[in-house]
Write a protein that binds this ligand. Structure first.
Ligand code: FPP
Length: 225
């Protein structure tokens, strides 16, 4: 069983397009898929789940789509926070919070505060996240630290948004594309990659089980023999 699963939730737009629906509806269906995956990951004992919910590049989309996604985040928190807490899920957010509106910041703070002592699934939401920006921010922090010449890889990793979180064992990208899209570049150095044609809103717990099955069949060598 992978201890840490990371997911690029891709394909919401195409899912909506195929149905003649506005993009927002695709993200709404994507949120429903995410809820099921979080529930399942928690049920089967995954320790860490990281989802790519909004990238630093996603600001290029229409204002309607961007504000729709953040609106959904608030809907998500209002609807799911109780259940997440009851299930012992601990939520945190990876990314730059600076541009978030007050209601978004408040919803995130409420979620983090309520769930911070939970010991079940650690659910990491990458929001306004970009891996290069993350590494650059860490490098700048490091440059201001005394004795920075002595830092090792583990020490540097602690400066990233992911902090002490172990690296993903498995990175899943549904939606038919096979690229990393500026997601966890440092952390996925040795992750197993599993791609799927299924669009994210159609991604089910059974699909996740399939990906875990593919992972279990891989031989991880970390560069050794
Ligand atoms: C990528 O699909 C998906 C996103 C940019 C947004 C992901 C957001 C959610 C699943 C909403 C729920 C999340 C939270 C935290 C409330 P795309 O739109 O790029 O798909 P496309 O490639 O088919 O256009």
């Amino acid at each position: 069983m992978p201890g840490h699963i990371a997911v690029i939730m891709d394909g919401n737009g195409r899912w909506a397009e195929q149905r003649g629906l506005p993009k927002y509806k695709g993200h709404e269906a994507g949120m429903d898929a995410m809820i099921e995956i979080v529930r399942h990951a928690s049920d089967i004992g995954v320790k860490h789940l990281t989802v790519y919910a909004f990238s630093t590049e996603n600001w290029k989309r229409s204002m309607e789509e961007v504000s729709g996604i953040f609106q959904l985040l608030i809907v998500y928190v209002n609807r799911e926070l109780g259940e997440l807490h009851r299930n012992g899920v601990c939520v945190d957010v990876l990314g730059d919070w600076t541009p978030f509106s007050k209601p978004v910041t408040a919803a995130l703070n409420r979620t983090i505060e309520l769930t911070k002592d939970n010991t079940g699934l650690r659910f990491h939401i990458a929001l306004n996240y970009g891996s290069r920006a993350e590494i650059l921010t860490a490098a700048k922090k490091l440059a201001e630290t005394e004795g920075f010449q002595d830092i090792d890889e583990a020490g540097f990793a602690k400066l990233l948004y992911t902090g002490d979180t172990p690296d993903p064992d498995l990175l899943i990208r549904p939606g038919g594309e096979q690229r990393i899209s500026n997601f966890l570049l440092w952390q996925t150095a040795y992750s197993e990659l599993v791609f799927s044609e299924v669009l994210w809103p159609d991604y089910t717990p059974q699909e996740l089980d399939k990906a875990i099955g593919a992972f279990a069949a891989r031989k991880r060598r970390y560069g050794g023999r």
